[in-house]
Design a protein around this ligand. Structure first.
Ligand code: UN1
Length: 504
């Protein structure tokens, strides 16, 4: 039987990552499945990162002259290459981040989908033509490429978040510099190898057009502070966003921030409880509670509480926890001990505030340093500071409501604003939830959970979630700069607003 390290070596070889990149180096990579060391990777110095950014900028200056539909061809080829590698890359995602096999493959599917989207988009980067108030004038807008886009990504979606940014940025004519989480450098190296194969099929691309920088926070700071990077897209905690955003603002750089979520679902009296149960199970326990879109708060009407919560407890106590690669497992490991401790700390706080807790205990694993936990259901009587904080672990706080306005009040009374759901068959409630006075989140759903968004929509949230939007809809506009052009094809020079300025 192959050890996990041998399997990783075989996967990296299949994905085209040279073994010299993963067998020696200062960064130790462990799998959360067993806690074993699976590779050693070299990190880059801040100085080398700076040089790489300059190279990416030079690549951008060339790439912006390539016609957009041609740039789209590179992304189409990237999608094809990803399609051919969905299994090994998906498996590597599972090993490095601990998510289920189907979730690992789903993540690669998300990459393929955004490539399809971006390839089509490369022929649709269109600006408006606007009626001019002046005779024989035409007014229009043109979208130009922006420059080098810095991408900072987190461990929980180690490759998809890069692809949302890179696929759009590259068709928009930008270059990309990527700093992945230090917990997931192998999937980043594999993605880079896949990109390079696509680039080779494409023909010549300027060196450094898509650059991977594996390193610590100092490398991230190079992206944040470089005058050559007009846009940084950063995914991670609100604390990270608080450090990054003011530095970007100080140099007038643009930011796409995708930070903490504290996503809630309202379960109304008319809800289809069977469907609701399945949706909640996936949103709250899927990916071991480590998605930014994970369901963290459940707001249940008092008339169905005593019927529904026991059903949910039953699911929580029977769900299979263990090796995410094994058939039947629904909950894999937490990423590391720090995450386990944060979970236990939050549960302890809730307990001392009088909460009733079901689950949350560590599942002991023989001989391995891994952190498997039973997802926790935490019944609370009010929204305490603990509930208002995002703990990146499978904790679902359960609150009771009596009237709809109260439920909406609880729903919005947290600092974060990423994703939200309502389970109801009542049209008025559903529409109110989606209206301006309803959910204050960037994502608001009816009769589906908070997690697992499709790439076609704009992805991101409000308040402390940071306000950024990635992926579908018109998110591409952030990766370009807009010029408004007015052309006079007449012989007169009428001024706007009827201003007169006659020099003769
Ligand atoms: C994240 O956790 O950072 O909607 C992204 C979802 C996924 C993306 C999550 N499509 O759950």
């Amino acid at each position: 039987m192959m050890t996990i390290r041998q399997e990783v070596e075989a996967l990296l070889a299949a994905l085209g990552v040279p073994s010299s990149l993963t067998t020696s180096g200062d960064l130790t990579v462990r799998t959360p499945i067993t806690g074993e060391i699976i590779a050693q990777v070299s990190t880059i110095t801040a100085e080398a990162a700076k040089a790489a950014i300059a190279k990416a900028h030079a690549a951008y200056l060339e790439w912006r002259n390539v016609p957009a539909p041609k740039r789209g061809e590179l992304i189409r080829l990237l999608g094809e290459e990803l399609r051919a590698n969905i299994e090994p890359l998906g498996r590597l995602v599972t090993i490095e981040s601990g998510k289920l096999l189907s979730e690992g493959q789903g993540e690669v599917q998300e990459m393929i989908d955004i490539c399809t989207f971006a390839a089509g988009l490369s022929r649709q980067l269109a600006g408006l033509t606007v009626p001019s108030e002046r005779a024989k004038h035409r007014m229009m807008e043109t979208w130009h490429s922006l420059g080098v886009v810095g991408v900072i990504s987190a461990f929980n979606f180690p490759v998809a978040v890069w692809s949302w940014n890179a696929a759009l940025a590259l068709v928009c004519g930008d270059a990309v510099v990527w700093k992945p989480s230090e917990k997931t450098p192998l999937t980043a190296l594999a993605t880079q190898a896949i990109f390079e194969r696509a680039a080779k099929k494409f023909g010549a691309i300027p060196a450094g057009l898509a650059t991977l920088l594996i390193g610590d926070a100092k490398v991230g700071e190079q992206l944040v502070d470089s005058p050559l990077i007009p846009l940084v897209s950063a995914t991670g905690s609100t604390a990270m966003g608080r450090a990054v955003a003011p530095r970007l603002a100080a140099r007038f750089a643009k930011a796409i921030l995708e930070l903490g979520g504290n996503n809630a679902a309202i379960v109304a009296p008319s809800a289809d409880l069977d469907l609701t149960l399945r949706a909640i199970a996936f949103s709250a326990m899927g990916t071991a509670g480590q998605r930014c879109t994970t369901l963290r708060r459940l707001i249940v009407h008092e008339s169905i509480y005593d019927k529904f919560i026991p059903q949910l407890k039953k699911v929580y106590s029977s769900v299979v926890i263990g090796d995410p690669g094994a058939q039947g497992t629904l909950v894999g490991p937490l990423i590391d001990e720090r995450s386990y401790k944060a979970m236990q700390g939050a549960l302890e706080e809730a307990r001392s505030a009088g909460a009733t807790i079901t689950g949350g205990e560590r599942i002991e694993t023989a001989d391995v340093e891994a952190f498997y936990v039973r997802p926790a259901l935490v019944e609370v009587s009010s929204q305490t500071e603990t509930v208002k904080r995002e703990t990146f672990a499978p904790i679902l706080y359960v609150l009771k409501y009596s009237d709809f306005a109260g439920a909406l009040g609880l729903h919005n009374d947290v600092p974060q604003g990423l994703s939200s759901s309502i389970f109801t068959m009542n049209l008025r409630e559903a529409e109110l939830f989606l209206s301006v006075t309803g959910s204050d989140c960037g994502i608001a759903n009816v009769n589906i959970g908070t997690s697992g968004a499709e790439i076609g929509g704009a992805f991101g949230g409000e308040k402390e979630t940071g306000g950024g939007r990635e992926s579908g809809s018109d998110a591409w506009k952030q990766y370009m700069r807009r010029a408004t052009n007015t052309i006079n094809y007449g012989t007169d020079l009428p001024l706007a607003q009827g201003v007169s300025f006659d020099i003769a």
